[in-house]
Every structure is written in C-alpha cells, then in structure tokens.
Design a protein around this ligand. Structure first.
Ligand code: BES
Ligand code: MN
Ligand code: ZN
Length: 494
C-alpha cells in the first residue's frame, strides 16, 4: 500500500473518499466544492436518503469514471485519533463493495478541530491495515473471499502537511504489523501453536532483527531454576514447556530496563478441573498475552527505542492426564512460597508467579504483564476493556495516556490490601483460588502481587475480554484475535 500526495485528485483514481462531519452546512459546501454537473440533483438525493454524516453512514455518487463516497464521521467538535482509525476501517468496508486498487482520500474536512496530522497518518494506516486483516488461510473452498488490495492511496493535502502525515503513516503501518503478528498467533489452532511453536517464532524474530536476542529454556533448565510452579501446570501435557526470554537492546546501552510478560498457556482445558464445552471453546486464545509480546518484538527494533526491553513467556499447556496436577496438590514457586492448587483451572497465575520471579532475579525493576487471567474481568468490564492493576500511579497514568493514542481500552481496577487474606491457604503459603468468587479479577491480581518485590514497579493487565473478539468489535477489529496491547505498549515505550 503506497502513500502518495497530490494537490488535486484527478479522474484516473477509481474511488475517492471524503470523510465528512455530521454537519449540514459542511456537507453542502463540500458538494459545491466538488461541483459536479448535477450538483442540484445530488443535493436533493442527499436530502432524500437522509444522509447527514452519521458515523459510518455513506453517500455514494456512482459514476462510470469515478466513484465518490462521502463517509460520515459523526457529530464531534473534534475528531479523536480513534475516530480517524475507525473511519479508516470503514473505508475498507466500503471497498468490499466498490472494488479499487487506487483510492483517493481528501482529508481537509477531516482535520476540523484537530490538526494533529502525524496521528492522523498513524490512525489512517492502522485503520486500513487492521480492518483488512482476515484469518482465512484454512478456508480452501470459499470462492467468494473478498480481499481488498489497495495498491495506492492518494491523499489530497497541502504540501506543508505531507512530511508529518507520511511519518505517522509509517509508524502506523509498523504498529499494525505488530498487532497482526499477534492476531495470527492467536487465531492459529491450539494444536499448531504449542510452546515449541512459540519458541520457534521467537527465534524467527531474532533472525530478522539484529538488536534482539533470545534465550529458550527447556524442561531441565526450567527445573534447575526451581520453577516448580510453572512445571506443575505443565505436567499434564505431552507438549514440552518453554521459557522464552527475548531481549531488545538499543544502540546506546542504557540502565533503563523494562520487562513485558505474556501469559502463554497455549491451550487451557482447565486441567483436571476441566472446563465446560462453552468454557473451553476459545481457549486456544489463552496465549494472547504471549502473542502480544511476540507481536511487539517483531517490530520493536524498527522504532529506535532508547530502553532495553525484555519479553518473557512461560509457555505450556494446561491439560488433564494421569500426570496432571490435582486439586489439593502443593507446588513450590521459584520465589520460595508454596502454592496450594485449589483449582487446576486457575493456572495462569501459577505460571506467571515464576515468570515474575525469574525476571526480578535479573534485576529488572519495571514490569508489565498481559494475561487472559479471569473470566470475571469480562463480567466486570465487558468485552472491550482490559482491567489494569498497578502498584504505581505514575506508571498507570503513563499507560492510560498511551491509550489516548492507541484507542485500546484500559480501565484501572483496585488491588485492595484488605482482600489479600482471601488468597490464604490452610496448608500452604498461598492458594491459587480465593475463598470467594467475589472480586476475582482483584484477588487474581493480588495473588500475582505476592510475587512482586517491594521496590518493583508493576502493572498487570487482565486482557480476558479484549484479547479475542467473538464478533467484530469495531470497523478495524474483526472476529478473532485482537493483538491487544501491542500498539499501546509501543506508544508507551516511545
Ligand atoms: N484462561 C482462563 C480465563 C479466561 C476465561 C480467559 C474466559 C478468557 C475468557 C483462566 O485460566 C481461568 O480459567 N480462570 C478461572 C479462574 C477461577 C478458577 C478462579 C475463571 O475465570 O473461571
Ligand atoms: Mn484456566
Ligand atoms: Zn487460563
């Protein structure tokens, strides 16, 4: 998809989009500016079809030589970056009907109230690329697959604004590419994406990027480190576990180090506390946190970041078998605390406990973990929001700020000191399920906090909701893996 600029889009561009605000005067003056021969007729048609520029509403003048599409962006004093991204996604939806390789875009009216051209470029690229994503590689028989293939996008924009738009565009392409890498990994079946598969993905990333290295530990090495909690979850599976540790090092060495940990349960059957039919159906997505870490690393070295970034994935399956963990079992974590397994289906926190200890032992003082941790987080926040927990207000502020650009939805939930005791065990130092189901996202986060040292800044994201879209979430998030977190984290790291 090539981006080019022009002062005036000419007739050889097949489809031209004019995003318009929900504003009658503006729509009328736009039609006058376009000045088609049948201007009066067009204005009448707009009235008749009741086109007012509502969000995603379209008005089309379908001509032999050129299709012109007015695309509503809704009522707004100021369009947000997310509005732009969504509108870009609708362009793809429209193109499924009005097929074209070369499209034009007039951004003049789109900029009303918001002159942030660089972010417009970024949102445009993200919206177009993410909306055009489709996981259809296993659909061999479907002859009606509609793939929009934009070769060129010509933007009508003043010369002074082009550099900024182009810069944002490049960044947007990269961020979208990272999210798509994560989507692909989530959407692949669980028997395909095993811990070994994830390890190979990490090695592939290292091959393609000079600034990234990886260490992959297999069962004996993991055992040697004393990660018996992690190995406990793994022990019912026939797939060997992998501890994946990626490191991105910037050109200039720095003391500024950050770790990103992704929950990497490549399939969560629940273990002996086996899930129901409905509960298990989408559990190939229980490695969505890991997928986002890998997606992020697949593009990180092209962003010239100044910080050292570590990516950690304790990858294994959660399966029932004659060797599996049993309810009532007690495992010893790498940190030293013993964990009573009250329910084998609360496995994520058990693997994460060891992943958190592993990276803190290497002296990292700032950690963010992404985990499809509790179904209850979806009950609390619905499908679109991830729950954010943190022991640090500054970090929380920075992360929420980053979402203003990325459009990803994070909502802070509490880590109440008073709830700590709910994770108490009668026979071990801690139990992997609390005594009550009330407040489950918080008690799960508090369990993780038991493995965070006092001087470590940490944020945990429960992404059970937005990791996977059961139905399209908006114009640019189709059904399937979302790649949640990749774009926000890259924004924050910048
Ligand atoms: N991976 C699940 C959480 C989940 C559920 C993610 C639905 C996405 C959608 C996690 O391992 C799990 O099973 N959690 C249990 C915890 C409970 C046993 C305390 C849950 O949410 O029911
Ligand atoms: Mn589970
Ligand atoms: Zn799980």
């Amino acid at each position: 998809m090539k981006l080019t600029f022009t002062n005036k889009i000419n007739q050889d561009i097949e489809v031209v989009f004019h995003p318009v605000l929900q504003d009658e005067n503006q729509i009328n003056s736009l039609i006058k500016k376009i000045n088609p021969a049948d201007k009066e007729l067009i204005l009448q048609k707009i009235k008749k079809q009741n086109f007012i520029g509502r969000k995603a509403q379209t008005f089309v003048f379908d001509r032999a030589e050129q299709v012109i599409i007015l695309l509503g962006t809704g009522q707004a004093k100021k369009l947000s970056i997310e509005d732009w991204r969504n509108t870009a996604g609708w362009i793809i939806v429209c193109l499924k009907k009005y097929f074209a390789n070369n499209i034009g875009l007039v951004v003049r009216d789109w900029l009303k109230g918001n002159s942030d051209i660089e972010h417009l470029g970024q949102a445009l690229a993200e919206g177009l690329v993410l909306a055009n994503y489709n996981f259809d590689k296993y659909k061999k028989l479907d002859k009606n697959k509609i793939k929009v293939d934009i070769k060129q996008i010509v933007v009508e924009i003043s010369a002074a604004q082009r550099t900024k738009l182009g810069k944002g565009w490049q960044r947007g392409l990269l961020l979208a590419q990272g999210a798509i890498k994560a989507r692909d990994l989530i959407n692949e079946p669980g028997s395909q994406v095993t811990p070994t598969f994830l390890a190979k993905e990490a090695q592939q990333i290292v091959k393609q990027n000079k600034n990234i290295s990886v260490k992959i530990l297999d069962r004996p090495a993991i055992k040697k480190l004393g990660m018996d909690a992690f190995l406990g979850v793994d022990q019912g599976s026939h797939q060997p576990p992998k501890l994946i540790h990626l490191v991105y090092k910037p050109k200039a060495t720095t003391k500024d180090k950050i770790a990103l940990i992704g929950k990497g349960i490549t399939f969560d059957s629940g273990g002996l506390n086996i899930k129901s039919f409905e509960g298990m159906a989408q559990m190939k997505n229980d490695m969505a946190g890991a997928a986002s870490v890998l997606g992020l690393f697949s593009v990180i070295s092209q962003l010239n970041l100044k910080v050292e970034v570590h990516g950690i994935i304790a990858a294994c399956e959660n399966m029932p078998s004659g060797r599996a963990l049993k309810p009532g079992d007690i495992v010893k974590s790498m940190q030293g605390k013993t964990i009573e397994i009250g329910n084998t289906d609360a496995e994520g926190r058990v693997t994460l406990a060891d992943a958190l200890t592993y990276i803190q032992k290497q002296g990292i003082k700032k950690i963010i973990d992404l985990a499809t941790l509790t179904g209850a987080c979806m009950v609390a926040l619905g499908t679109d929001y991830a729950g954010l927990f943190s022991n640090n207000n500054q970090l929380t502020k920075e992360l929420l700020k980053a979402t203003e650009v990325s459009g990803e939805k994070l909502w802070r939930l509490p880590l109440p000191e008073e709830y700590r005791q709910l994770n108490k065990s009668k026979v071990a130092d801690i139990r992997n399920i609390p005594v009550t189901r009330l407040g489950e996202p918080s008690t799960a986060a508090l369990f993780l906090q038991e493995f965070i040292e006092k001087d470590v800044i940490w944020s945990h994201w429960d992404i059970a909701g937005p990791a996977y879209a059961e139905k399209p979430m908006n114009s640019y998030i189709p059904t399937g893996g979302v790649g949640f977190g990749v774009r926000t984290l890259l924004e924050w790291l910048k």
